[in-house]
Design a protein around this ligand. Sequence first.
Ligand SMILES: Nc1nc2c(ncn2[C@@H]2O[C@H](COP(=O)(O)OP(=O)(O)OP(=O)(O)O)[C@@H](O)[C@H]2O)c(=O)[nH]1
Ligand SMILES: Nc1nc2c(ncn2[C@@H]2O[C@H](COP(=O)(O)OP(=O)(O)OP(=O)(O)O)[C@@H](O)[C@H]2O)c(=O)[nH]1
Ligand SMILES: [Mg+2]
Ligand SMILES: [Mg+2]
Lengths: 295, 276
Amino acid sequence: QLTEKIQKVFKNLRGQGKLTEENIQEALKQVRLALLEADVNVETTKLFLERVKVKALGKEVSLSLSPGQVMVKIVHDELIQLLTPKDKNANKLKFAPAPPTLILLAGLQGTGKTTTAAKLALWLKKDGRRPGLVAADLVRPAAIDQLATLAKEIDVPIFKPEPGEKALDVCLRAVKTCLQNNANILILDTAGRLQIDEDMMKEIAEIHQKLKPTNIMLVVDAMTGQNAVNVAQAFHARLPLTGLVLTKADGDARGGAIFSITSVTGVPIQFMGVSEKMEGLEPFYPDRMASRILG
Amino acid sequence: LKGSVKLSEATLAQMEESLVACDMGSETAQAIVREVEEAMKREEKADSDLLVRHLREAVLKRLLKTDSNWVLPNPVVVLLVGVNGAGKTTTAGKLASRFSSDGRKVLLAAGDTFRAAAEEQLTEWASRAKVEIVRGAHGAAPSAVVFDSLKSGLSHGTDCFIVDTAGRLHNRQNLMEELKKVVRVVEKAAPGVKQEKWLVLDANTGQNAINQAKEFNREMELTGIVLTKLDGTAKGGIVVALSEQLGLPVRYLGVGEGLEDLIPFEPKMFAEALVP
Ligand SMILES: Nc1nc2c(ncn2[C@@H]2O[C@H](COP(=O)(O)OP(=O)(O)OP(=O)(O)O)[C@@H](O)[C@H]2O)c(=O)[nH]1
Ligand SMILES: Nc1nc2c(ncn2[C@@H]2O[C@H](COP(=O)(O)OP(=O)(O)OP(=O)(O)O)[C@@H](O)[C@H]2O)c(=O)[nH]1
Ligand SMILES: [Mg+2]
Ligand SMILES: [Mg+2]
């Protein structure tokens, strides 16, 4: 455990009144290992350790807390602060002044977009709203069947592509016809795509340009490793991301990638996927995530 | 003294960071950096080409710990397992196409009876690969569908079964038990037929891949890994740690979403891709 490792580092620090550059150096090494083990990005880790060092230097070691405890508290608090958006409302879905409100989901292949789309629809329905699902993945075999099955399960209208329609077309038609189909919030499920696939990035950028969705969310797998920041930065450069969804958080992955992404892009984490079920969507809690990352 | 190149702290740190950035993990990265540091001491010049060569050798030596003179057994049951969204179903289709082109009589078994449209997705892949598929009722017990697929296939001369299973998180005990049941059923239905049990792993996965491999391996003795989504920017360096720590060999690499986007694992090329 990180706490024990850091306590060990400071075991010989009895009687020294302050945390100094020298004595926190070894503790910072332990923190670094913990963060990398948790899949926090190498660069993000560096910057984070700098912040912790600044906060730790010169800290008085009181009689009530050991130097190790002071150190761990600084790390924990700093992590929570970076996971908490400055604007308290940043982690909530935004609704358009005039319906329909649009939620565009984007991300790499297999991250959980389709499942999350349906979960969001159920979430909104339980909140008294009238969501509709748009099946805009024309790439993956049986993607439309998958979303249609989920839509039926939660009893929400679904817009499926008509012959000859591309992803943008089905989204445009859904926007045009949703109000008469009793849906005033549309969740656009899109195909998984690589951030380096120019054609696919153009496709989703066009959906954004033509429809200006109020919410654009990057769906991120909790087990993502060092590649997370590359991917997120590229998506954020083409789409003004408004939120992140962390999926498969019911696994035992520490989830450091989502910390890297939010700290590098400034995009707030809004939801966590915590099971395969339609009810498996929770709001994001910074303090829980901080403890999880630190292991 | 013949060679005596001493690498600077900055160079060593930079090396470690670039290896960690490939998802190799800091333990493996630090071990490799120490080895390269020692190797460079026997060199006369701090030449960057030499550095790259030693780095690649350190990576390759770990990848070569697992046998690379492998051929697909005949007959064989290939079981694909792994966490949600890793690429199992797509890989099943790709393998079916490849083994069928190799002259095998292939049968796909739709062992995922749980997720929405799972069977439809595999059916589309069977049609693309032009191979037979056996599926059951959605929601039926996976072991029952797998049993029927094997029995049916064996009576029709199938010599290569590819069994797709539902994605599952390795920390879900009940789902791991379900998988063990599928493995037992394969042994019952096709006794004596060699089994390949492959963990399908997304190259984007970080250190959690170690937990995944350990858990799946403990429950069903994996015989290999298929690493997917290498057409993206993730490097998949975690397989270096998996080869060294668990002795798990990589058999194939997924390099795209198309039927043909699968290549055999080649350690030397992989080491060069990790250390360009
Ligand atoms: N345990 C768990 N599984 C999840 C969660 N979210 C999604 N999944 C599973 O992850 C797998 C992939 O989910 P999809 O919704 O198909 O992912 P996707 O991003 O739409 O995939 P593509 O469209 O192919 O890019 C499925 O097996 C889902 O059931 C989650 O929060 N927890
Ligand atoms: N770019 C790329 N995408 C891939 C590759 N392999 C699979 N995919 C994509 O990853 C997504 C998930 O693939 P699936 O085959 O459904 O994954 P799975 O493991 O069967 O998922 P579950 O059954 O839900 O656990 C799909 O969009 C695939 O097209 C690959 O090698 N490269
Ligand atoms: Mg999808
Ligand atoms: Mg599947």
